[in-house]
Design a protein around this ligand. Structure first.
Ligand code: CUA
Length: 172
């Protein structure tokens, strides 16, 4: 559904840009006194600036609120799990979890940049962040289904990048 919406919006915006180009093209043959247009132009430009500022601030506020990862708000204290990525594997402080556990994965790396991708049993990604040296990224996830979850590296980090994985068992 989102893809269809994105597609429609792209088409509409493209049509709008084409319309502007045609409009300018049609007007380009006409000669006018520049100073007269100038005053009107400055006026329109300041209004346009306000519209853009208000429009983009509003759009940014509402779209950035729904970033695709869960945050700590309103779910109580999370269970802290520490993840350290290293060529070529993951050290995880807690490999056995329970359904309902609300987990804060604190992810770092002891060598180079890695990725941290958490996959459910159907290999759908459910949480992801970057594993960076000397920095800790935290990503939250609440386990709602039992099963074997897999952590995979999402960033090419060396010859054995493809073997970097770790399983986490979630029981009832
Ligand atoms: Cu670690 Cu790719």
């Amino acid at each position: 559904m989102y893809q269809q919406a994105a597609w429609v919006i792209t088409l509409l915006l493209s049509a709008f840009v084409i319309f502007i180009f045609l409009f300018v093209l049609m007007k380009s043959g006409r000669r006018v006194e520049y100073s007269k247009v100038q005053a009107k132009g400055y006026f329109l430009r300041s209004i346009w600036l306000v519209i853009l500022l208000v429009g983009f601030s509003t759009a940014s506020y509402y779209t950035l609120k729904d970033l695709p990862f869960e945050r700590a708000e309103g779910k109580g204290a999370p269970l802290d799990v520490y993840v350290e990525a290293v060529q070529f594997g993951f050290e995880v402080s807690e490999e056995k979890l329970q359904v309902g556990d609300y987990v804060a994965f604190h992810v770092t790396s002891s060598d180079v940049n890695h990725g941290f991708g958490l996959y459910d049993e159907n290999m759908n990604i459910v949480a992801q962040t970057q594993a960076m040296p000397e920095y800790t990224n935290t990503v939250y996830y609440q386990f709602e289904k039992p099963g074997t979850y897999t952590i995979l590296c999402l960033e090419y980090c060396g010859v054995a990048h493809h073997v970097m994985s770790k399983e986490i068992t979630v029981t009832k």
